[in-house]
Structures are given as structure tokens and as C-alpha cells.
Design a protein around this ligand. Structure first.
Ligand SMILES: [Mn+2]
Length: 382
């Protein structure tokens, strides 16, 4: 008896036809596609690191290693910008980049747990875990798109003044033709971000909003808290409520005041059950149809609490029953195929996080959206 008959029949004869079509697997085509990706900027990074950070000690055999860490490696080292992209101290030069990451460390709009002011720091720190390459999408961000990190907006201990600072920062980036990606911060920042976006769009702006909460009431405890951004955003003349689609809403934390506004203004709401029934693809189709109807640009708002509380312990208003992480990422990718003009990721509260789980998902949301836009020719290529 030969060796492949010795294990309960699990081993097939080497001459038998395989039971699957290997060529048809994403896993196969993605491996082949990687060969076509350039390595130009990766090589530049290594040269630059050696030039500025000295050659490695003589005992180091791999001469691509520098003495001081100045690039992607080691992942545990370095001063963390987002994905170790260049820190752009001079914001006047932001037009040289396709995408600018900026933090909005603001959490005084929070109505329960605070801590999201530390969101940008936590997201940047754990972003160092990633390479710039995504296997399935076949994209290498370092090679294919120019990203910088502008650091954080100078927020102050006043909601309205901080809103003005955030709007000015977002508007500055938009006015230079660069796509802003804003790391929150609590969801109150949705309004000032959208205000900064809308003043730079010659036409209507649609909003795709992933959340467990509607966030459409006018005020909460007399202030424009994180339960209110879309009330104020959809008061902006070129950001009509008819272009606001809200996905993943439901549960026990949807204030009735907000529901009344959503009803009066006619926003489009999909619950998690709607999404489950119709499937992620159909939900994305509806989101794109609503947000893009007569609009010139679409803004993407990802509240990390749209994901089931079990996966995002570090958030301000956790609610069980939301998306699975892979569902949320799939939905983000599907809507990003058409391109978005700006994006925010909000409600990451590191003091409540466990093992960086929540911050890590925020990183994924950002890099998945960028990579999808690159893969579909919506950004990059210079
Ligand atoms: Mn929320």
C-alpha cells in the first residue's frame, strides 16, 4: 500500500484531476497580479533611509537596512504618521499629494464615553502594523498614490470654535484638489467636515453614512453633540437630505428626536436587517443611487460603532448587532468604487479599546477605501 492510502483516503492520487479550478481562485490571480506592481518608491525609500539614517553596522548582512529606522521597517519602530507616510509640516504644500490624512482630536460632543480625542493617535500608531500592499485588491499604496499626513487640527475646549477650525482645515485641503481623510474624534465632527467639503463642491454633495445611530437631531442637551451632525449638514444648501443614505441603523440608541427629523427630511435609512435581507451588494447599490442622485461628489462617513460592539470595544456608544467587520469593509469597498471626495472615520475611543482592535479596524476602513479608489482609477496614478 502506497503512502497516499494511509490516511483514511484523504490523499488523492497525484495523477488524478484536481477537484477545483485553481485559475478561478482570487488567491491565484492575486499572486500573479503582484508581479506587475512597481517597486520604484520602495527602492527610493530604502536609498533615502540609508542616505539620511546612515548605513547599517558592518555585521548587518542585509544592506537595505539603515542604521536609524527611516521607513516601513521595523514595524515596531519609528515616529508614527498614518501608514508611515510623510508628515507634511507645511500645509501650503498639500496640493502635491492625492490624499491628506488629518486628525480631528475632538470629543466634547460625546454624550456617554469620552476618549475619542485620542483616536487619531491610536489609529496612526497601529497603522504602523501594515504594509502598503493589499493582496486581494492588488494595490500598493506607496507605489500608486501620494499620501501625506498633515497631523492634527488644533481643536479647543469649545464645540463651535473647534467646528470652525475643522471646517477651515478640511476646506483648505479640498481647495487644493487633495482628498481629505479625517480621523476622529467623535461624530460631531461630521458637520464641520461636511461644511468644509461642501463649500468646495460646485454642485450637490451626497452623504453615505454607516452607523448604528441616525445622528439627525438638532441639539442634544442644548449643544450640537455627536448625535446631531446630519441635521446641520443637511441644512447646507448643497448637501440636501435627499442625498443622505444611512446604513446599519437600529437598536436601542436611536433617539426619537433624530428619527422625527430623518422622517421629516426624507433621508434614506437601511437597517442591519435590510442589509442582511438584500445582501451587501444591493445595499451598496442603493447607497450609491441615493447619494449620487444629481450630486457632483459623495462624502463617506464611517462610524466605527456601525460594527457589532463585540468587534469594537473602543468606541463611545457601543451597540450590539451591527455589521461584522468583513461586511462593513465590503460595503465600504463597494461604495468607494465610484470614488468619494472625502472620508471620515469617527468614534474610536482608545481608552476603552482592547489590543488596538477598534483602531485597527479604523485603519482598515481608510486603507481599503483608498486602495479601492486606486484599483478603480478614481485617485492616484501620478
Ligand atoms: Mn454611532
Amino acid at each position: 500500500m502506497s503512502f497516499y492510502h494511509n490516511h483514511g483516503g484523504r490523499y488523492r492520487h497525484p495523477l488524478e484531476e484536481p477537484s477545483f479550478d485553481k485559475e478561478g481562485l482570487d488567491g491565484h490571480s492575486a499572486a500573479l497580479a503582484e508581479a506587475a506592481l512597481p517597486t520604484v518608491r520602495s527602492e527610493e525609500e530604502i536609498r533615502r533611509a540609508i542616505e539620511m539614517g546612515l548605513e547599517a553596522a558592518p555585521s548587518i548582512g542585509d544592506r537595505t537596512i539603515s542604521c536609524f529606522s527611516r521607513g516601513e521597517l521595523p514595524h515596531w519602530a519609528g515616529i508614527n504618521t498614518f501608514l508611515k507616510m510623510p508628515y507634511l509640516e507645511n500645509v501650503h504644500e498639500v496640493d502635491q499629494y492625492d490624499i491628506a490624512i488629518l486628525g480631528a482630536p475632538f470629543d466634547i460632543g460625546t454624550t456617554y464615553r469620552a476618549g475619542t480625542r485620542f483616536g487619531p493617535q491610536a489609529i496612526r500608531r497601529i497603522s504602523a502594523l501594515y504594509t502598503t500592499y493589499n493582496y486581494e485588491l492588488g494595490v500598493d499604496l506607496r507605489e500608486q498614490v501620494k499620501i501625506c499626513d498633515l497631523g492634527d487640527v488644533f481643536t479647543v475646549a469649545n464645540i463651535e470654535k473647534s467646528f470652525d477650525q475643522i471646517t477651515k482645515a478640511v476646506s483648505h485641503v479640498m481647495s487644493k484638489g487633495t482628498m481629505p481623510i479625517i480621523l476622529g474624534g467623535d461624530h460631531a465632527i461630521g458637520y464641520p467636515c461636511l461644511r468644509g467639503v461642501a463649500e468646495n463642491v460646485d454642485g450637490n454633495v451626497g452623504i453615505i453614512h454607516l452607523d448604528r445611530h441616525v445622528d439627525t437631531q438638532e441639539k442634544d442637551m442644548d449643544e450640537r453633540m455627536h448625535t446631531t451632525p446630519w441635521f446641520h449638514a443637511t441644512n447646507i444648501p448643497n448637501a440636501p437630505a435627499s442625498n443622505l443614505v444611512q446604513i446599519g441603523i437600529g437598536g436601542w440608541q436611536v433617539p426619537r428626536a433624530g428619527v422625527k427629523v430623518a422622517r421629516d427630511r426624507g433621508t434614506t435609512i437601511l437597517t442591519i436587517h435590510d442589509v442582511e435581507d438584500m445582501g451587501i451588494e444591493k445595499a451598496a447599490e442603493i447607497a450609491l443611487e441615493v447619494a449620487w442622485k444629481g450630486a457632483k461628489a459623495v462624502y463617506l462617513s464611517f462610524d466605527i460603532d456601525s460594527v457589532d460592539a463585540g468587534f469594537v470595544p473602543g468606541t463611545g456608544w457601543p451597540e450590539p448587532g451591527g455589521f461584522l467587520p468583513r461586511e462593513a469593509l465590503k460595503l465600504l469597498q463597494l461604495v468607494a468604487k465610484e470614488g468619494v471626495c472625502a472620508m471620515e472615520v469617527v468614534e474610536v475611543s482608545p481608552p476603552y479599546d482592547i489590543s488596538d482592535t477598534t483602531a485597527l479596524l479604523a485603519v482598515r476602513a481608510v486603507v481599503d477605501v483608498i486602495a479601492t479608489m486606486v484599483a478603480h482609477g478614481k485617485i492616484g496614478g501620478r
